[in-house]
Design a binder for this molecule. Structure first.
Ligand SMILES: [Zn+2]
Length: 479
């Protein structure tokens, strides 16, 4: 079984492969650094991180580019009200974003370009678009992309072509200066914005005068620089399909003259909070720090954010966070039992996660293959977790040798990016029912009722526990 993923452009599930058969090269739209990222942003970044990890375990050799938007209306406004330079302000929030990503155990992208450090590349592209007749300069020195010049405009978002044409005839000169707008207000969009008084000294020189790039052109320019004119996959949140990704396609393909920009489009659905849309006014745009203050670990948050299929909206609740925390503890206990059998402890666990053999699951008899296959099938993380937990207790339900099971679990846990055993003094908590069984067995033994004592010992073994008799009393240990 090979990795398959839903493609937004064709609305079908397609096989994932590296077009140059060496590296799977992909681009994800990164954060705009003007404040702390919220859990909705992190859902998308977590899913992309799982995707990258699955590529790695599957032997597809990922090369991941994710940008930082460090110039736009929001960053400029924020830096001015904070009394900071744009560079200092965006650096502060980029640092915070990186710290949060690290707490959530996300791998660092191979390249993380920023808009401000790619101004010449953006100007070069805009010049090309003007030259090709896809863009025009207005009297104030702004440059707009002419939507009607690109016949395929609207194909990703499936905009109604006829409605677009009518709109154009009715309002031939409409232009959208804003970076974000609704699909019923399709209009020519800004590639270069002439400087305005509210921009203060945040401007760059260009062939059209002082100004700054529009938001959409940065991703076209940076993906081209770091991945080439065509690459394997482009990802982002579902809200980026229109207008951002539609505009990226129009810019890039008009510039290169090629039929394909990204071969595959990967979008992650919205996050809801306690059944409601996330919004500033509802105060539910939670940040990682706010959840930490409530005692939630980053690993439990990560688990919660990916434990819903990425194509479905996920309803984030505090109950689900607590359920994640218990599920993680259950998984840790199961792993501890396997480790104990190999005379290992939780300190030995990282070796199984950090050294996952590439192609581990290509062996027909690899343990936990059913869980892995769920990930290959359109990145079904909840399905993977369901398959994993259905095999518990692992010792009882799995015929593989303990060490090999640990390798399989290490590969799955790496793919999911779960940091286990964060609590250094983690110990096995013996369930009350097991304590009662062990006590009953001890009492039977003291009464020389060997038959009952043997039966109870077997019950304990079946449940994954063993008792070791001492001179005085006994110990209960995981099998
Ligand atoms: Zn982008």
């Amino acid at each position: 079984m090979n990795l398959h993923l839903y493609d937004t452009f064709t609305r079908t599930t397609l096989p994932i492969f590296a077009s140059d058969s060496k590296q799977f090269r992909f681009y994800c739209c990164g954060p705009t650094v003007y404040g702390p990222a919220h859990i909705g942003n992190f859902r998308t970044f977590t899913i992309q991180d799982v995707f990258r990890r699955v590529l790695k375990v599957a032997g597809l050799n990922p090369f991941h580019v994710r940008n930082i938007t460090d110039v736009d209306d929001k960053t400029i406004r924020g830096s001015i009200s904070a009394g900071m330079t744009l560079a200092a302000f965006t650096q502060k929030w980029a640092d915070k974003f990186h710290a949060d990503c690290s707490a959530l155990n996300m791998l660092v992208p191979d390249v993380e370009p920023s808009a401000v450090t790619h101004i010449p590349e953006q100007i070069e592209m805009i010049e090309g678009l003007v030259k090709n007749g896809n863009a025009y300069v207005t009297v104030d020195g702004s440059v707009y992309f002419k939507v009607s010049s690109f016949a395929d405009y609207g194909r990703l978002a499936r905009l109604d072509r006829d409605a677009l044409r009518t709109q154009e005839t009715n309002s031939a000169s409409t232009r959208n200066l804003a970076d974000e707008y609704e699909r019923d207000t399709v209009a020519d969009f800004a590639l270069w914005k002439a400087v305005k008084s509210e921009d203060a000294d945040n401007f760059w020189d260009s062939p059209w005068g002082r100004g700054r790039p529009g938001w959409h052109i940065e991703c076209s320019a940076m993906s081209r620089k770091h991945l080439g004119d065509t690459f394997d996959l482009h990802g982002g949140g579902i809200d980026l399909i229109f207008p951002h990704h539609e505009n990226e396609i129009a810019q890039s393909r008009s510039f290169t003259g090629l039929d394909v920009f990204a071969r595959h489009w990967f979008h992650c659905a919205h996050l809801m909070v306690e059944g409601q849309k996330m919004s500033k006014s509802l105060g539910n745009l939670y940040t990682l720090d706010q959840l930490r203050e409530k005692g939630i670990t980053p690993t439990a948050l990560r688990y919660t954010l990916m434990n819903g299929h990425y194509r479905q909206p996920l309803n984030f609740t505090f109950n689900s966070l607590h359920a994640s925390q218990s599920a993680l503890e259950k998984l840790e206990k199961e792993i501890l039992k396997l480790l104990a059998n190999e005379k290992l402890t939780h300190k030995d666990w990282p070796q199984f996660v950090d050294n996952v053999p590439v192609g581990f699951f290509s062996a027909d008899d690899a343990p936990f293959k059913s869980a892995w296959n769920k990930l290959l099938d359109d990145l079904n993380v909840p399905g993977c977790l369901g398959a994993l937990f259905s095999e518990m207790p692992f010792e009882k339900n799995n015929t593989h040798a303990g060490y090999r099971m640990l390798q399989g679990l290490g590969a799955i846990v790496f793919a999911l990016g779960l940091q286990l055993f964060q609590n250094a003094d983690v110990t096995v908590t013996v369930p009350d029912a097991i304590i009662a069984l062990a006590k009953a067995r001890w009492d039977a033994k003291q009464a020389r009722d060997w038959q009952t004592s043997d039966r109870l010992r077997k019950e304990l073994t079946d449940a994954g526990w063993q008792v070791k008799d001492k001179k005085e009393g006994y110990d209960i240990l995981p099998l």
